[in-house]
Every structure is written in structure tokens, then in C-alpha cells.
Design a protein around this ligand. Structure first.
Ligand SMILES: [Zn+2]
Length: 192
């Protein structure tokens, strides 16, 4: 839920149906980016990431509709403080892909870019553990959104909330093999 709210906050005003300009004096709009915390549960070779906290990073170096850059200082400041709570282990990151309504495709909206893969692998390398990379693709419509289509795979979620339509997709960067692959299954209590 916090993920959707942070993504809607940063969603470009010019992409909205009323196409207003960003209010004067506000920082750039575009992608949202944040950190995921919770429990990592290992059963044999299966690893489950149970996310219970999503923290949007507010201090960004640059942001537009095609990308976002954050500094390691702010990233690790949050990680270090959150991890003082045993329930909140660092599990990975999320970011949004905002689209204008006519450019939004349910499935394509959550496709990771080459730089998404690269950044996620580098983060796994830095924290020395496997992490997840969650992407929320979203668009805003003029009216309340209707029924989303059936997801094409178990690791994709399509949903609607108010005027927003969104998809969730998730991949995992393996610390040992360095592979970036879609997770087997993605469950979100907010969209059940
Ligand atoms: Zn991306």
C-alpha cells in the first residue's frame, strides 16, 4: 500500500488526465524509489521474502519519469536504522514506472530495464546477500478504474485503486550466481 501511495505522490502531474503542470516550488516528479524490509524465510533451497515495511526514499539526487538516482548515504542511513529492529531485515528495493494512460500496458509496465537489472545486481553485491527488485507500473485515468485483466503469470499482479491502475512485478538478484530472475510467485495482501 505504502508503495502505491509513494508512487502516486511522485506521479508526474503532466501525465494525469487534467495535464496540470507540477506546482511551482516542488521538487521534480517521476519515479518513486524505496527500500523493502521484513523477514527472509529459508526452507531448503526455497527463499521467501516476507515484506512488512516499504520505506520511500525522500532524498533523491535526480528524478524524472524514466529514472531516479539516490545516494548511498541516504540509502544506508535507512537500512542501518531499520535493521536495528530484528523484524526488519533489508530485503530489497522497489521503484515505480509511471505512464501516461495511452502508453500504459499491464505487462510491459513492469518490465525491468537493463539499468534496473544492473542496479539490483550491484546492490546485492554491496549488501552481500540476495535481494528482491519490485517494480510497480502505474497510470492515472480520468475516472475510477475498472476491472483489471487476469495476470499472465504467478509473479505478476494487476490491480486498480481509485483513478490509478497498476501492475506489480518482482525479480530476485542472486548474490552467489549474480543472476537476475523473476520470482516464482508474488502475493500482495492489499490486492487480494
Ligand atoms: Zn525501472
Amino acid at each position: 500500500m505504502s508503495l502505491l501511495l509513494a508512487s502516486a505522490e511522485a506521479y508526474p502531474s503532466r501525465f494525469r488526465p487534467d495535464m496540470r503542470r507540477r506546482p511551482n516550488g516542488t521538487p521534480p516528479e517521476g519515479e518513486a524509489y524505496g527500500l523493502l524490509f521484513g523477514q527472509r524465510i529459508l526452507k531448503g533451497h526455497d527463499e521467501t521474502f516476507n515484506v512488512t515495511l516499504a520505506v520511500p526514499i525522500q532524498m533523491v539526487m535526480s528524478r524524472d519519469a524514466d529514472g531516479i538516482e539516490v545516494h548511498g548515504v541516504h540509502f544506508y542511513r535507512i537500512v542501518e536504522l531499520a535493521e536495528t529492529f530484528p523484524a526488519y531485515q533489508f530485503l530489497g528495493t522497489y521503484h515505480s514506472h509511471p505512464y501516461q494512460e495511452e502508453d500504459f500496458e499491464w505487462l510491459d509496465s513492469v518490465r525491468p530495464s537493463d539499468s534496473d537489472r544492473q542496479t539490483s545486481r550491484e546492490t546485492a553485491e554491496e549488501v552481500e546477500k540476495s535481494i528482491i527488485d519490485l517494480i510497480i507500473g502505474l497510470t492515472c485515468r480520468n475516472e475510477e478504474s475498472g476491472t483489471p485483466p487476469e495476470p499472465a503469470a504467478a509473479n505478476i499482479i494487476h490491480s486498480c485503486c481509485g483513478n490509478y491502475r497498476y501492475s506489480l512485478g518482482c525479480s530476485r538478484s542472486d548474490f552467489v550466481t549474480k543472476k537476475y530472475t523473476p520470482v516464482d510467485s508474488l502475493l500482495c495482501p492489499a490486492t487480494l
